[in-house]
Design a protein around this ligand. Structure first.
Ligand SMILES: Cc1ncc(COP(=O)(O)O)c(C=O)c1O
Length: 364
């Protein structure tokens, strides 16, 4: 048996007819940018996330940049982010000429809110909690700290479409929610895509301008903006996929719960609280003898990945930010132990059982 880490082509096959007819429909319409497909997606996506507005953008990285710009983040400002994320979270801060300030994580792989206040200075303007692997960060505490210190909260919800925390949706818990529709995400498109969710009309208008050259209408430009829109074809595909996301997320959750129940005696598995519903974009375990396990699984044709082997503060690009090894003990320790297992709606039960029995065999 073979278990690839992802199987995007399988999902394509199951949607092929509806995707092709959507493509034809858009092709024939002659409207390829900012048309009805985008409008319809934005309406449905904000209602899915239970926010007042959503704005489709070119990718999840730009979504964060636009949220930061809407907060007025600029040269010399500081923005608090976890040391454990995809590089885009830090890049978005740097792209606004601001400084990413890293904070260590908790066992849940999310930012440790207890360590945030120590990092707040007069220059701090915002916190970006990353809902890593589709598990929402401790938003009660983060929002409390933000309120006390007058900071913006920008959720990096790239990995957490549909995730719930105390009956609230990812993207509805801060001032802004930033989503990615990169092909590998739970709602992945056939190229790049993203969205920002907001509650407030003023921010909605600003982000609408930022994604479209700063234009307020065809002829009038109010601010320096970007060319970063969710195009009609990707929005059309997103409309098809948004109808499936609840079902797919349930499959992710079922696979994750199966892993949790059957692997917890041998490796460290994620702990799920009764007030949350993570969507397990990735399923990350922590293991001993990682290299040997990876090789053992690879011999059995089970593909695994590491998200991510190098913490943000130790990336070469961060060298001028003044961090060193030892500054983020948990992030650094975990970067040597974490391992992502295959998880996608098309994963067959027999494949799942094969992965579980192989890991248990390795540690037997
Ligand atoms: C946590 C996180 N933030 C931001 C991004 C950036 O999204 P995109 O690749 O759509 O720019 C990603 C995904 O790639 C991500 O995983």
């Amino acid at each position: 048996m073979k278990v690839p880490f992802v199987a995007l082509n399988k999902q394509f096959s199951s949607l092929e007819n509806s995707l092709l007819s959507k493509f034809k429909k858009i092709g024939k319409s002659g409207q390829y940018i900012m048309g009805d497909e985008l409008k319809s997606f934005e309406k449905d996506f904000s209602s899915f996330c239970k926010t007042n507005y959503s704005i489709g953008v070119g990718n999840g990285s730009d979504a964060i940049v636009f949220a930061l710009k809407a907060c007025g983040i600029n040269y010399g400002d500081e923005v608090i982010i976890p040391a454990n994320s995809f590089i885009a979270t830090a890049w978005a801060v740097a792209a606004c000429n601001a400084l990413p300030v890293f904070v260590d994580i908790n066992d849940d792989l999310n930012i440790n809110p207890e360590l945030i206040e120590n990092k707040i200075t007069k220059k701090t303007k915002a916190i970006i909690p990353v809902h890593y692997t589709g598990k929402i960060a401790n938003m009660d505490l983060i929002n409390k700290i933000a309120k006390k210190n007058n900071l913006f909260v920008i959720e990096d919800a790239a990995q957490s479409i549909g995730a719930m925390y105390k009956n609230k949706m990812a993207g509805s818990l801060g001032h802004f929610g930033c989503f990615s529709f990169h092909p590998l995400k739970n709602l992945g498109l056939y190229g790049d895509g993203g969205a920002v969710t907001v509650q407030n009309k003023k921010n909605f208008k600003i982000i609408n301008m930022l994604r479209n050259h700063g234009l307020v209408n065809r002829d009038l430009c109010l601010i320096w903006g970007y060319n970063s829109r969710l195009d009609e074809i990707q929005a059309g595909f997103a409309n098809i996929k948004l109808k499936k996301i609840k079902k797919w997320n349930t499959k992710h959750r079922n696979i994750a719960l199966n892993y949790i129940n059957n692997l917890s005696k041998k490796v460290i598995v994620p702990e799920e609280m009764n007030y949350e519903k993570p969507v397990y974009h990735n399923f990350i375990i922590r293991v001993k003898n990682r290299k040997k396990l990876i090789n053992f699984l690879s011999e059995k044709k089970i593909e695994t990945k590491i998200h991510y082997p190098i913490p943000l503060h130790l990336q070469p690009v961060s060298r001028d930010l003044g961090y060193k090894k030892g500054d983020m003990p948990k992030t650094e320790k975990f970067s040597n132990e974490i391992l992502s297992l295959p998880i996608y709606p098309e994963l067959k039960e027999i494949q799942l059982e094969y992965i579980i029995s192989s890991i248990n065999k390795f540690y037997a």
